[in-house]
Design a protein. Structure first.
Lengths: 115, 110
């Protein structure tokens, strides 16, 4: 079945650092991918829609300058958390599907801890 | 996007059938229904998707009544490893966007 790989799975860094998270579709092409954030014991919150070759669209309340999304190819989307602070610590998850009406496949998430 | 409502938690015992019902009163004509399973510190895993009537795969069945305002995920003979959070989502076919509700935490006991 379709596989989405996310890297890194875990990162710890100092406050003020920028962190890049990669999301790859391994056996299919994804013109659209999605980024979510999940805090402990809470549900996933959709952050943005990543569109191949064009700008991402962000959900209300998500700072586009804080969370930079790049979708330069049909198999790779990246999320960069710029100037990260402790409140940005969370579990970040991406998803992609073979078509918009097909099931989304999720990566295994990236645990981000900002000290 | 249609809002979904499902029980916050459920308990079951090994070997039992578990049915989780989700309501989505505002589902639109082109929306589809999909269910995911999530274990701690992992991304959600796709279980099943349907539009109407009944869908069955190797792990679950999905029952959708004619009015499509609700759906029921059926897990046959659960085991301890089925302890997880189960999410019911309504997806929009022209955007692929999924909005997660609170999910149902299923606890399977020995």
């Amino acid at each position: 079945g379709a596989v989405v790989s996310q890297h890194p799975s875990w990162v710890i860094c100092k406050s003020g650092t920028s962190v890049k998270i990669e999301c790859r579709s391994l056996d299919f092409q994804a013109t659209t991918m999605f980024w979510y954030r999940q805090f402990p014991k809470q549900s996933l919150m959709l952050m943005a829609t990543s569109n191949e070759g064009s700008k991402a669209t962000y959900e209300q309340g998500v700072e586009k300058d804080k969370f930079l999304i790049n979708h330069a190819s049909l198999t790779l989307s990246t999320l960069t958390v710029t100037s990260a602070h402790p409140e940005d610590s969370s579990f970040y998850i991406c998803s992609g599907g073979e078509a918009l009406n097909q099931p989304q496949h999720f990566g295994d998430g990236t645990r981000l801890s900002i000290l | 996007l249609a809002k979904t409502t499902q029980p916050i938690s459920m308990d079951s015992y090994e070997g039992q059938e578990v049915n989780i019902t989700c309501s989505h009163n505002n589902i639109a004509t082109n929306d589809y229904i999909t269910w995911y399973q999530q274990f701690p510190s992992q991304g959600p895993r796709f279980i099943i998707q349907g539009y109407k009537t009944k869908v069955t795969n190797e792990v679950a069945s999905l029952f959708i009544p004619a009015d499509r305002k609700s759906s029921t995920l059926s897990l046959p003979r659960v085991s301890l490893s089925d302890t997880a959070v189960y999410y019911c989502l309504v997806g929009v076919s022209n955007t692929g966007k999924l909005i997660f509700g609170q999910g149902t935490t299923l606890q399977v006991k020995p």
